[in-house]
Design a protein around this ligand. Sequence first.
Ligand code: ASP
Length: 576
Amino acid sequence: MYRTHTCGELRKEHSGNTVSLAGWVQRVRDLGNLVFIDLRDRYGITQLFFDTNSPLAEQAKQLGREYVLQVTGLVRERSSKNAQMETGDVELKVEVLNILNESKTPPFTIEEETDGGDDLRMKYRYLDLRRSIVNKNLLHRHRVAKAVREYMDGQGFADVETPFLIKSTPEGARDFVVPSRLNQGQFYALPQSPQTFKQLLMVAGFDRYYQITRCFRDEDLRADRQPEFTQIDCEMAFVEQEDVLQMFEGMVKHVFKKVRGIELGDFPRMSYADCLKYYGNDKPDLRFGMKLIELNDLVKGKSFKVFDDAEYVVGIVAEGYSEYTRKQTDELTEWVKRPQIGAGGLVFIKCNSDGSFKSSVDKFYSEDDLKNIAAICKAKAGDLILILSGGLSKTRKAMSELRLEMGARLGLRKVEDYKPLWVVDFPLLEWDEEDKRWNAMHHPFTSWKKEDNELINTNPGAVRANAYDVVINGVELSSGSIRIHNRAQQEKMFSLLGLTDEETQYKFGFILNAFEYGAPPHGGIAFGFDRFCSIVISNLDYIRDFIAFPKNNSGRDMMLDAPSDIDSRLKKELGL
Ligand code: ASP
């Protein structure tokens, strides 16, 4: 037996017991006549003590960081206790020392705060994962998965696996493809999601399906994206939108309760249109107000050309910020002008504490004009109004970024707050200006609202989908929809998307055929599991910390050095 206890387990009550531990050397402290070693495993750190009179002390002094040890000895209460450590009341007086393996000096320090840069830590991910701060996240991930499975199981969902080598199912991203050796010149695609399979499982009568499964999307990488990521993928038969919302609101609440002990209240619901109107995007952070206020009617016709020419003029109020200095407003103006935000400029109205107003456009607007704007914005003395203008969608987007930035600067995006919501009534389609055609906003299997049946022929852009997203603190955690389950309607959808009958048959014949054999009404949802973990555990949107072996920002695995060239013989066999 390598060990009787873990390095996180010993307490005062164990004093006097003879125990064995196994783990890695975190630190050797050689105090001349005394030698201490911190021994670490996944569970914690225990202090080992070597008596100078013991021949083991000399050996202990030679040990390097990350050596793997097995030790046996007597647990005793420490004379100077360490309240910071869970095992800080005791130490192990070592009587038997067994070096199980040596270690080279690690390329960075294996501590909470490390000196290793991102790429170096990714190259030696197995060492980075020894850091408790990193491995804790993965252990938390396990707990989230467990809570999800517990809930789903309790609700009668069956976990069914679906294939990875499939034919491409479009979800808006590029497919990763795998060349087939047995069918040269042909390719499998890796699933962007199990969307069509879960629908086929409903046709097959599974009724309630879920899977925590990997999805693959060949997208341009951003900080919060990985080419492979995990979804909690779910589908239900004989449901309407309301059934799905209730079921999965329950799941999110269960996970927060189980993993964090947090009771989330009922999720408010907001239409896509209202999200855009009041928050400028479809995933509002509701931890703070600072709603967008349209000012078109108030500001136009005062000879200020920038506003007169603008399709949309919008303001937000930064409470208590009227004292912003010139330097600060200049800096904020530069901030909104950065290409990522893309605003042309920023207009300020300071609502001074004495009731007067000062703006960056005083030339065009009288004190009364400013007062009216402040009244519409419900700005009080001491507040600062920030105004952007330009084309509608671009300006909304810029204002939503500015709102988030101001929310952060004002300390309103609190890490202990969770504000979930359902976003509903998404448009079914969005216009692709480049290709001059409609795209499905969710995916082509999403159904539309019965009330909008007429519009599908007359004004497709106004048709609302039976689609819904869960958003928490400005992060989109999941999206789903009630599906089309009838061949004619699905064909109609494909033709709206500009697919010819041949293309439709070639790409989607299998699901259209299935719809002719008694497909039940069905709908579902998928949660980004990595992101869900990141939000539940740290309230940050940083999925990499919750993936054991993530890729870097250029989609490379630094440890494996992948992607890489392949053997020329393999290439030949594949006909590449
Ligand atoms: N398959 C969809 C996605 O990956 C989710 C769903 O509609 O269930 O976003």
